[in-house]
Design a protein around this ligand. Structure first.
Ligand code: ATP
Ligand code: MG
Length: 429
């Protein structure tokens, strides 16, 4: 194939072999969110560039170097969304649905775009399921988000493979005081900081804390700790969260260096991390952003949310062998018909069966073919049973019912009794 007809690097097709696992994952999350009273919102994939600059912050990795930004035909600067929170806040403000303290518990799913270096678990188009809660300021809701993800890991069989890291960034006042102390400390050790950290010291000093540079990390050992600068309110909030996690029995570690990449967080920040995916270890990350809505032009509105990376979680399910067995089979029954009259009867019979068994996965042979070729297709489909309709069956108004996976002999079943028979031998998902 010519080069111009390839997908863009870091933007992947999700092929039919993979989509059952994606749907299983997304379906499991969607059901869970329904059960906890969250409602889905769908935002556009493209927004004005200004939105992301204002919400995410000018001096973050995303805005500085990862956004897909272009001018449209009107000359407006637009950006493919790198994350969902900004657009979600824009949407709730635009539609006034958080006004007057209205609580909103929202979730979304879809592609996000960041110009990063593609590698396992890191792509340029990737997919997130995200969740945002507005107008609830207590630690009870922070805890609910974490409890809910904990339940999700349980349902998916991933609990043993993930670890919860927590931190509190305090209110903007306490963070301001901490920032000053940190800048003072780091400035005294300027020569030992890596280049990136020296730059961040001026633009976004908290980000120095999550440097990967060993020498800078060594300097940070003696740096002032955010925990010592928390105001009473933030401290009480953090204690309230921890007490709830303890009550449910969710293990966590406090990671004082957890600051998250985005500017807008306050108080609670958390990440679920795994050591099963190499360097791309964060599968779900979030926190509280009480100042964001106001910063974007709304009334002061507390907010908290998280986003999980679907690719990374799908990779984890595969790596840990947690892909449910039943996903490998997409067809229950394959209906073979021989000759034109039988084909017509097969079509109306299959429609009757679908009326009676709406969850049955029934594939009807297309493209005619000999006995041999239709059986080959039936077998390849993965179906448990083949149904056979030829001239003889047609005359007697029966079908041949043939187990394909070695469970017994072929038998003859009357059309009228077929649905009831299938209901007993096919477990319907
Ligand atoms: P990382 O530190 O891995 O770059 P991040 O802090 O930039 O992550 P967030 O913006 O918090 O990530 O996004 C939430 C989640 O989305 C991440 O925890 C991760 O699971 C997923 N994610 C982020 N960027 C990518 C990417 N480029 N490819 C695949 N998944 C991603
Ligand atoms: Mg990143």
């Amino acid at each position: 194939m010519s080069k111009s007809l390839q997908a863009i690097r870091g933007m992947n097709d999700i092929l039919p072999e993979q989509t059952p696992l994606w749907r299983y994952f997304e379906g499991t999350v969607a059901r869970l969110l329904d059960n906890y009273g969250y409602r889905q919102i769908r935002m556009p994939i493209v927004e004005f560039t200004e939105l992301f600059k204002r919400s995410i912050g000018e001096v973050t990795d995303i805005v500085e170097k990862e956004m897909y930004t272009f001018d449209d035909r009107n000359g407006d600067s637009l950006t493919l969304r790198p994350e969902g929170t900004a657009a979600c806040v824009r949407a709730v403000l635009e539609h006034g649905i958080t006004g007057g303290g209205q609580v909103q518990k929202l979730w979304y799913v879809g592609p996000m775009f960041r110009h990063e270096r593609p590698q396992k678990g890191r792509y340029r188009q990737f997919h997130q399921i995200g969740l945002e809660v507005f107008n609830l300021e207590g630690p009870d809701i922070d805890a609910e988000l974490i409890v809910m993800t904990w339940r999700l890991w349980g349902e998916l069989g991933l609990r043993d493979a993930v670890k919860l890291e927590l931190n509190s960034l305090g209110t903007s006042e306490s963070r301001g005081r901490y920032r000053e102390a940190l800048v003072e400390f780091l400035s005294a050790h300027l020569d030992k900081l890596d280049e990136d950290s020296q730059r961040r010291l001026k633009t976004n000093p908290l980000r120095v804390l999550d440097t990967k540079n060993a020498e800078t990390q060594a300097v940070l050992v003696d740096a002032p700790k955010m925990a010592d600068y928390l105001d009473d309110e933030s401290r009480a909030h953090f204690e309230g969260l921890k007490a709830r996690l303890d009550a449910v029995g969710i293990p966590y570690v406090i990671n004082p260096k957890l600051v998250r990449g985005l500017d807008y967080y306050s108080k609670t920040v958390f990440e679920w991390v795994t050591d099963k995916l190499g360097a791309q270890g964060t599968v779900c990350a979030g926190g509280r952003y009480d100042g964001l809505v106001e910063q974007m032009g709304g009334k002061p509105t507390p907010g908290v949310g998280f986003a999980m990376g679907i690719e990374r979680l799908v990779l984890m399910l595969e790596a840990l062998d947690k892909v449910p067995e039943e996903l490998s089979r997409q067809v229950d029954v394959y209906l073979c018909a021989f000759g034109e009259a039988a084909e017509l009867a097969a079509l109306s019979l299959s429609e009757r069966i679908r009326d009676q068994l709406p969850n049955l996965r029934l594939q009807i042979n297309a493209g005619a073919g000999s006995f041999k070729s239709q059986f080959k297709k039936a077998d390849k489909s993965g179906a448990l049973y083949a149904l056979i309709l030829g001239d003889d069956e047609l005359a007697q108004q029966v079908v041949g019912f043939k187990p394909l996976r070695g469970q017994g002999e072929q038998q003859s079943i009357a059309w009228d009794a077929l649905a009831a028979h299938l209901a007993t031998c096919v477990v319907q998902g």
